[in-house]
Design a protein around this ligand. Structure first.
Ligand SMILES: [Zn+2]
Length: 270
């Protein structure tokens, strides 16, 4: 086995990875070669970006079309007070650049739609869904599952979070939730509030799953969803089984996300 080409600064920066048998110089080289897309530079995306950047994921895509608002700062920790009004992708890219010059950031200041999702996702090895809405969540599931791109799912609500990983070997998000709830049925953070530290915990688990996938170590959450209750401080595990009738990963899947209406209900087949 040839020693990966790590320079002296990298040997120092990643030394706590390199001395681990399960990571080592080869695992670190895999991280430096990896291309990961993070969709959403908000509450979940912030810790994901922090830890992926620190771990030396060589290319990180950041997709977000919002600007930083002051009400974001209670939980979106890659943005600072001086960033209010700036595009989140710019503020996030600056944060990553200051943390680790090894990382190349690719910014995508765009909404994720059936028209843009292929250009956005293609070319990345792994996708982190750190979005905050059902249309994006279902679209990413559908596109990544059909295209064979593994991805992490995370969601937060008041004191509760859920997180899982879909590698393509097991179920997909629609096996668990066939269709999105009607628009307005599940209130968003702006109307219900969210404990500021909650996305930190959930996003850190998403980052953990991403790093494990790239290094090729451990057991992923594929087929399992972790449900975290910050108020009770409990972690429960829910088994997720593949649904043979799933319209995305079942026996008779749809051909393209362009056949699906995502704007409101995210229903397949309507
Ligand atoms: Zn499925």
């Amino acid at each position: 086995m040839s020693a990966p080409d790590l320079d002296p600064e990298q040997l120092d920066r990643y030394s706590r990875h390199i001395i681990m048998d399960d990571v080592g110089p080869e695992g670190q080289a895999n991280l430096l070669d990896a291309r990961v897309l993070v969709v959403g530079a908000g509450g979940l995306g912030s810790p994901v970006l922090q830890y992926l950047a620190a771990a030396g994921v060589g290319t990180i895509g950041v997709a977000d079309h919002d600007v930083v608002e002051r009400s974001n700062l209670q939980r979106q920790v890659v943005h600072g007070d001086a960033d209010v009004g700036r595009p989140k992708v710019d503020s996030a890219a600056e944060f990553v650049g200051e943390l680790n010059p090894d990382v190349t950031v690719e910014t995508h200041e765009t909404a994720v739609s059936p028209e843009t999702v292929a250009d956005l996702v293609d070319g990345y090895d792994f996708v982190v869904d750190a979005s905050d809405n059902f249309p994006t969540r279902f679209l990413l599931n559908d596109y990544c599952t059909l295209a064979g791109v593994p991805f992490s799912h995370g969601a937060i609500y008041r004191f509760e979070g859920q997180v899982t990983t879909f590698t393509g070997e097991g179920p997909c998000y629609r096996c668990l939730f066939p269709e999105a709830p009607p628009e307005g049925a599940v209130p968003d953070c702006a109307t219900t509030g969210v404990l500021g530290v909650l996305p930190g915990t959930v996003g850190a688990i998403q980052a953990t799953e991403t790093v494990k996938h790239v290094v090729g170590v451990g057991e992923s959450l594929d087929g399992r969803m972790v449900v975290y209750d910050a108020a009770e401080m409990t972690f429960e595990e829910v088994t997720v089984r593949p649904n043979p009738d799933c319209p995305i990963c079942g026996d008779d899947p749809i051909e393209s996300v362009r056949d699906v209406e995502y704007a409101e209900s995210c229903a397949v087949g309507d």
